[in-house]
Design a binder for this molecule. Structure first.
Ligand code: C2O
Length: 505
């Protein structure tokens, strides 16, 4: 294990990934942002300097457990204060996991302006290391021509009583509409797919090539054939793809936004983007065939490669009813069991650190944080009742979870028709699950990671409208063991946020 150091400076720049030029958030003068790499066991030190000038920022390490370093999670309002223009902050954490992850700003409405990229953690003991020749990373994303917070204003306004989410202007692969992936015949590639989008779930396929799923969200799985990968916002999936034995042709590779989520389909919307597996530059690049039905791969049928058995019956069950509604002022908000999350002025971690014994009393966190206290070592089950006719990719920080039950779409009022996981006793694990329309799911994890962890819908419009809960795990233990570095306290001070620093003793 070694130390991996990245110095990142965020600043505005111009880019036109789909032909329309706009301002985007770049890093070190580059956009798309660099893919970051590390190896399991490494300690990662990332210093982020905010040179954006007009807005604060942060970086979240999506899917990273942050064992013992909950304050390095990057979620503004939960684990840190935002970093104001001109300030820097260092993230320091050790990786005890491997696989395909990503990093993005975790300040309301910021990552869809371009502050997002893959984060790959190599594993010397990767179970499939002898099964492929080379690795590729392909990100899938949606893209808007307008700034997220400008779109958010109309999304949350009285002029939008149905809560229709802004529809993306285009779809991108590796943040471009012109992706050419050079491949050699007769080889096998590990392709790491990451959905970096704000809203659209994506379908991905490669004509003439079968895929074999071997990873979801950092969990290696027993290999399973797939012809179309369905990847919700924030999800990742690795597939093994063997190339053909000849250089006779090039093959279209398509990412296609799931338009079921869109209330309206604007004229001329380009919901597909095509790239190519290029065997021979001199040969034509054919247009993709149009598909009108999709044979989506069902992640629920996967078995984790480590065959970790289903966790025992829960010690603590949390039921979250998910719905979107009007608050009477005409604007739409999102709710978990009647609460709309509002980011607290003092980040939750600082309340944990400074409230003494009271930190274990849920009422001190206020209704707006939608807080739940978890005790160390408990088996936690979260039941999510999706009472909304839309699909929701829900994500848990600091953990992955077993998906122990999931209801298919539209089978009636949730909860009903409980279906057990694909292989009894060996549920798949991931950190982001898609809830189907008006349906429900049960996920299970062990509270073995003291810290403050958000649980939220990863559709940025829904995050903005409050679809977030806060899980506060073993707060008194966090209070005793966590040390907040001075630069983290300094950005709070610079943002005018009172924090009393580290707990005494
Ligand atoms: Cu991708 Cu709250 O995270």
């Amino acid at each position: 294990a070694s130390t991996v150091t990245y110095d990142l400076e965020a600043s505005w720049m111009r880019a036109s990934p789909d032909g329309f030029e706009r301002s985007v958030i770049g890093i070190n003068g580059e956009w798309p942002l660099p893919t970051l790499y590390a190896t399991k066991g490494d300690t990662v030190t990332v210093t982020l300097k905010n040179s954006l000038g007009n807005v604060s920022t942060s970086l979240h390490w999506h899917g990273i457990f942050q064992n013992g370093t909950t304050n390095m999670d990057g979620s503004v309002g939960a684990s840190q204060c935002s970093i104001p223009p001109g300030s820097s902050l260092t993230y320091n954490f050790t990786l005890n996991q491997s696989g395909t992850y990503w990093y993005h700003s975790h300040l309301k409405g910021q990552y869809p302006d371009g502050m997002r990229a893959p984060f790959i953690i190599a594993d010397p003991d990767m179970p499939f290391k002898n099964d492929y020749d080379e690795e590729l990373v392909i990100s899938l994303s949606d893209w808007y021509h307008d700034f997220t917070m400008d779109l958010a204003k109309s999304f949350l306004s009285v002029g939008n009583p149905t809560g229709a989410e802004p529809v993306p202007d285009s779809a991108l692969m590796n943040e471009t509409q012109n992706l050419n992936v050079k491949v050699a015949p007769g080889k096998t590639y590990l392709i790491r797919l990451v959905n970096l989008g704000a809203f659209a779930n994506q379908r991905f396929w490669i004509e003439g090539h079968q895929m074999k799923v071997v990873e979801v969200d950092g969990v290696w799985t027993e290999p399973k054939d797939a012809s179309i990968i369905y990847l919700a916002v924030a999800q990742r999936c690795s597939v093994l793809v063997s190339t053909t034995n000849s250089t006779g042709a090039n093959f279209p590779m398509v990412t296609s936004m799931d338009t079921d989520l869109f209330d309206a389909i604007p004229d001329g919307l380009q919901w597909n983007t095509t790239g190519w597996l290029v065997y021979d530059d001199s040969k034509p690049k054919p247009a993709p065939k149009v598909l009108d039905t999709f044979d989506d791969f069902d992640d629920f049928t996967l078995v984790p490669q480590d065959r970790l058995p289903r966790f025992p019956e829960p010690d603590h069950t949390i039921t979250l009813d998910l719905y979107m509604d009007n608050l009477g002022d005409g604007a739409n908000y999102a709710f978990f069991s009647g609460q709309t999350y509002v980011s607290p002025k003092v980040p939750t971690i600082y309340s944990v650190m400074t409230l003494g014994e009271d930190a274990a009393n849920v009422s001190v966190y206020g209704d707006n944080t939608n807080a739940y206290i978890l005790e160390k070592g408990q088996v936690i089950e979260v039941i999510i009742n999706n009472q909304d006719p839309g699909k929701h990719p829900v994500h848990l920080h600091g953990h992955n979870f077993q998906v122990v039950a999931r209801e298919a779409a539209d089978t009636g009022d949730a909860p009903a028709n409980l279906t057990d996981a694909g292989t009894p006793g060996l549920p798949m694990r991931r950190d982001t699950i898609t809830l189907w329309p008006t349906s429900y799911a049960r996920v299970r994890f062990i509270a073995d990671n003291p810290g403050v962890w958000l649980f939220h819908c990863h559709i940025e419009w829904h995050t903005i409208s409050g679809l977030i809960a806060t899980f506060i795990e073993a707060p008194l233990e966090v209070q005793k063991s966590l040390k907040i570095p001075d630069d983290h306290l300094a950005v709070c001070k610079a943002e005018g946020v009172p924090t009393a620093g580290n707990a005494a003793g």
